[in-house]
Design a protein around this ligand. Structure first.
Ligand SMILES: *Cc1c(COP(=O)(O)O)cnc(C)c1O
Length: 395
C-alpha cells in the first residue's frame, strides 16, 4: 500500500499538508494513557496537565463512573436512534429537566455536543432576510453555524459595544446577536449585561455560548446568566456544554419552552443524529448533582486561578488579563511557541499550544487552563518552568 503512487486527483491533500508542516502549523495528537486528571500519563511518563477543560476535576469523578456503569446495565450502550424516533430514554429526559432547573430556565434540550447545539441554533432560528451580528472572536462552531444559516451576517470587533450598537441601529430586519460568554482562546468575559441591554433596546435576540462559563461562573456555577444576573428575557437563548466544567459529554440549549419546542422540530443537527447514549446522560446528571450539592470545587478553582496569577506576576510572566480558568500567554511566533512548548513538555507539563488559524496570525500562544484539582505545588512548579522557558528561548 505504502508505495502506491498518489492519484493526481488527490495531490492537493499532499500539497496542503506539506504547506501546513513547512509553516510550523501542523498539529499532532498526544496519546493520553490514563484517565483525565492533573497527573496523566503521556509517552509512558507522568505529566501534569494544564491543557484540559476539566475545570472542576469531574471528568474522573467516581460517582459519575458508578452511574455510567449502572445506567449502562439498565439502559444498554447504544441509544439506537435519534431522539425523535426512539432514542430519547428516561435518563435524557431527567437530565434535561435537571439542567433547566439548574440554569433557572423554563426548559432545556440536550445535544450530543456543543458544536451541534450551536449549528442547531443558528441554522434553525435566523431566517432568510434576518441579520446575525457576531463577535469577531466567536468560537468556530458559531462561525460554522452562521455559514449554515440562510440569514445575512456581519461581525463586530471583539466586545466592541459601540460598534455593536452602530450595527444594531443600522439594521432593519429581525436581528440576532451572537457571542461567547468566556472566549475560548483569550479567556476574557463578554460584557453580557451591556450586550443584553443593547439587544433589548434594538429588539434583537441574544444568543450566548456559555461553554466555558457553565459550571464555573456565578456563585453556584450556574454560568454566565448567574454571574451577570440575567433572566430569561435578558438572555433568551443560552447554550451550555457538558464536556468542560461538568467533566462529561454533550450540551444543551435552554430558554422558554416554545424555543425548545421549536428546536426539536426544526434543528437539523438535533433531528438527524443518534441520541447520546443514555448512560452518558446519567453520568452527566451525576456530575451535575455533585456540583449542586457542594461548591467547594468552585472555591478551589478560584483559589488556584488567583494563586497562578500571583505566582506569574512575581516571575513577570506576561499573561493576558483575565480571572477565568483560561490563562493565555501570547508568544507570537509559531517556531518559538513550538520550542517553548517542547521545553515545558520535557519538564513534565502539558499546556495547550494554540496556533493560527485558531488564533490570529502572529498571536500563537500557550493556553494554560487551571482546574480545582491542581495542587498549589503543581501550579508553582509550572510557573517556574514557564519562566525558565521564556528566559531561555528567545526566538
Ligand atoms: C468547546 C466549545 C464548543 C463546542 O462544544 P463541544 O461540546 O466540545 O462540541 C462550543 N463553543 C465554545 C466556546 C467552546 O469552547
Amino acid at each position: 500500500m505504502k508505495d502506491e503512487p498518489l492519484p493526481r486527483s488527490l495531490n492537493f491533500l499532499k500539497l496542503r499538508l506539506e504547506k501546513r508542516e513547512s509553516t510550523g502549523l501542523l498539529r499532532e495528537r498526544k496519546i493520553i494513557q490514563s484517565a483525565q486528571q492533573p497527573a496523566c500519563i503521556v509517552d509512558e511518563k507522568e505529566r501534569i496537565n494544564f491543557s484540559s477543560n476539566d475545570y472542576l476535576g469531574l471528568a474522573n469523578n467516581n460517582q459519575a463512573k458508578k452511574k455510567l456503569a449502572e445506567s449502562a446495565k439498565k439502559y444498554g450502550f447504544g441509544s439506537a436512534a435519534s431522539h425523535l424516533i426512539c432514542g430519547h430514554q428516561l435518563p435524557h429526559e431527567n437530565l434535561e429537566k435537571q439542567l433547566a432547573k439548574f440554569v433557572e430556565r423554563d426548559a432545556a434540550i440536550s445535544f450530543s455536543s456543543g458544536y451541534m447545539a450551536n449549528l442547531a441554533i443558528l441554522q434553525s432560528l435566523p431566517q432568510k432576510g434576518d441579520l446575525i451580528i457576531a463577535d469577531k472572536l466567536n468560537h468556530a462552531s458559531l462561525i460554522d453555524g452562521v455559514k449554515l444559516s440562510d440569514a445575512n451576517s456581519m461581525r463586530y470587533p471583539h466586545c466592541d459595544l459601540h460598534l455593536l450598537e452602530k450595527r444594531l441601529k443600522n439594521a432593519g430586519q429581525n436581528k440576532f446577536v451572537v457571542t461567547d460568554s468566556v472566549f475560548s482562546m483569550d479567556g476574557d468575559i463578554a460584557p453580557l449585561k451591556e450586550i443584553s441591554d443593547l439587544c433589548l433596546k434594538y429588539n434583537a435576540i441574544l444568543i450566548v455560548d456559555d461553554a466555558h462559563g457553565f459550571g464555573v461562573l456565578g456563585k453556584n456555577g450556574r454560568g454566565c446568566a448567574e454571574y451577570f444576573n440575567l433572566n430569561q428575557k435578558q438572555l433568551p437563548i443560552l447554550m451550555s456544554t457538558l464536556g468542560k466544567a461538568l467533566g462529561g459529554y454533550g450540551a444543551f440549549v435552554s430558554g422558554k419552552k416554545i424555543l425548545i419546542d421549536y428546536l426539536m422540530q426544526f434543528a437539523r443537527s438535533y433531528i438527524y443524529t443518534t441520541a447520546m447514549p443514555a448512560a452518558i446522560a446519567s453520568a452527566n446528571l451525576a456530575n451535575l448533582t455533585a456540583l449542586e450539592k457542594d461548591n467547594k470545587k468552585l472555591r478551589l478553582l478560584a483559589e488556584n486561578i488567583a494563586y497562578f496569577k500571583t505566582e506569574s506576576d512575581v516571575k513577570k510572566i506576561p499573561l493576558l488579563k483575565t480571572d477565568t480558568a483560561i490563562q493565555p500567554l501570547v508568544v507570537g511566533d509559531v517556531n518559538r511557541l513550538e520550542k517553548i512548548n517542547q521545553f515545558i513538555f520535557d519538564k513534565g507539563f502539558l499546556v495547550g499550544a494554540i496556533r493560527p488559524p485558531t488564533v490570529a496570525k502572529n498571536s500563537a500562544r500557550l493556553r494554560i487552563t487551571l482546574s480545582a484539582s491542581h495542587t498549589k505545588k503543581q501550579i508553582k512548579q509550572l510557573v517556574f518552568v514557564l519562566s525558565e522557558a521564556f528566559d531561555r528561548i528567545k526566538d
